[in-house]
Structures are given as structure tokens and as C-alpha cells.
Design a protein around this ligand. Structure first.
Ligand code: URA
Length: 230
């Protein structure tokens, strides 16, 4: 059960102060009856807002095909944001919709977005070792001996003391590879290739745990069940 003013504001419809006006205008019903008390509590399943059920009252989990050129930061000063692809009402929700881990501005591919902070913590925690798969193109031919070097768990990134966890490298063509990481150090894929003398030209995430992009076009998202990752 939620207070009606809290329900409207947490789902991004309006502020708690504005909710009073929405109720006075008869825009909110509970079991078909116009509600006028902002402090009244109701089950979201019984509520209609402008005749519609509340928008994802239990929370949001989305898989987005992040295009190149957008940032995962909430700070619009850092450039156009992935959040700007979403319906404006979702940007006004709280807790805030945020990405589960980040992709660099120049990286494309599978990005999860949610307002469930427990999910963010669980899916970004190094102890869960969730495999993330990247497709990289690089500026020079990749030698086969990189496969055991990446798998050894001894590769040290510039500026770091601890080595990277073992990573699976599959060479797809002389300058293209698939890299599977189970941790998320800052710019890790680019820095791993840099550590062996190659510069990443393009980077695209194809998989996060069991999730794949499927036929999502860049800039598109689809909703997921909140429990789809266990
Ligand atoms: N590794 C990177 O270097 N960049 C990303 O965006 C993700 C992984």
C-alpha cells in the first residue's frame, strides 16, 4: 500500500505537492472512485491515473542498445545521456533510473537500466563474476598468444597493482575479437588491449550474463521482468 501522493511522485507523474491538484481534478481513482486525499493509501493495482494503470509501479528493468556517443552519467554536462532516450516521465521517477555498470561514451551495445538499487549492487558486485561479452576491433593483427595471456589472470593494467581476472579472448579475424570479462575495471577492455600493444577502434557489448541484445536497434530498449536475472 502506498500513499497516493507518494505513488504519483515516485513514478514520475508529478511532485507530491502537485499530486494534491491531480487528485482535486479527479485524475486519480481507486477502484473506480475518484480519490481526493493525497495521504490515502492504496494498492497500485487498484489505482488508475487519467484512466490508466500506474506505469511500472513495482520498478523498471530495461535492456537498452546503447548507441555510440551517449554517456551513462546523469550529468548532462558530460554530453547527451542514455537517459534522454527514455520517456520523460521515467526520468522523474525516484529512486532514479540508473545504469547497471557503465559503458564508455564511445562504446555501444547492451546496457541495463533500472530503478532498483539492490539490482545495481548485486549485478555490479565483483563477487558475482557475471560474464560480459564485448566485440572489439583493433588497429593491428592479434597474435594467437594473446589468448593464453588474457586467460592467465596475470595481465596488469597501466596504473593498477592487481592483475585482471582471467578473461576469455576469441580471435574472430585478424583485427577483431570477442572478449569475455567477469569484472568491470575502468575502461577495462580498452586497457587490456592497450596492455598488449593494441588500440581498440570500436567496442560493442553483446551480452550481459544470459541477456543478449537480440534485434534491438541502437537507441531502442525493451522491458525485462525484475526477476529475470535470478
Ligand atoms: N571496457 C571498456 O574499455 N569500455 C567499456 O565501455 C566497457 C568495457
Amino acid at each position: 500500500m502506498h500513499r497516493l501522493d507518494q505513488l504519483l511522485s515516485s513514478l514520475g507523474y508529478c511532485s507530491r505537492r502537485e499530486a494534491r491538484g491531480w487528485l482535486a481534478a479527479g485524475r486519480v481513482t481507486v477502484r473506480g472512485v475518484a480519490a481526493d486525499d493525497p495521504s490515502a493509501k492504496a494498492d497500485p493495482a487498484d489505482v488508475r491515473i487519467d484512466g490508466e494503470p500506474p506505469d511500472h509501479p513495482a520498478g523498471l528493468l530495461l535492456v537498452l542498445h546503447k548507441p555510440v556517443g551517449l554517456v551513462c552519467s546523469h550529468d548532462a554536462g558530460e554530453g547527451p545521456r542514455v537517459y534522454d532516450l527514455l520517456p520523460p516521465r521515467w526520468l522523474a521517477r525516484h529512486p532514479l533510473v540508473t545504469s547497471i555498470g557503465r559503458l564508455d561514451k564511445e562504446t555501444s551495445g547492451l546496457l541495463l537500466l533500472t530503478d532498483q538499487s539492490a539490482l545495481v549492487h548485486r549485478l555490479t558486485s565483483p563477487k558475482h563474476k557475471i560474464p560480459k561479452v564485448y566485440r572489439a576491433t583493433v588497429d593491428r593483427d592479434l597474435a594467437a598468444d594473446l589468448i593464453p595471456r588474457f586467460a592467465a589472470g596475470t595481465l596488469v593494467l597501466n596504473g593498477e597493482a592487481a592483475p585482471c581476472a582471467p578473461a576469455a579472448l576469441k580471435i574472430l579475424s585478424p583485427r577483431e575479437a570477442e572478449l569475455t570479462l567477469t569484472e568491470g575495471k575502468y575502461h577495462q577492455a580498452r586497457r587490456m588491449f592497450a596492455a598488449v600493444g593494441a588500440t581498440v577502434l570500436t567496442l560493442h557489448r553483446t551480452q550481459f550474463g544470459p541477456l543478449e541484445l537480440g534485434d534491438l536497434a541502437p537507441g531502442q530498449w525493451r522491458g525485462l521482468a525484475l526477476d529475470c536475472l535470478g
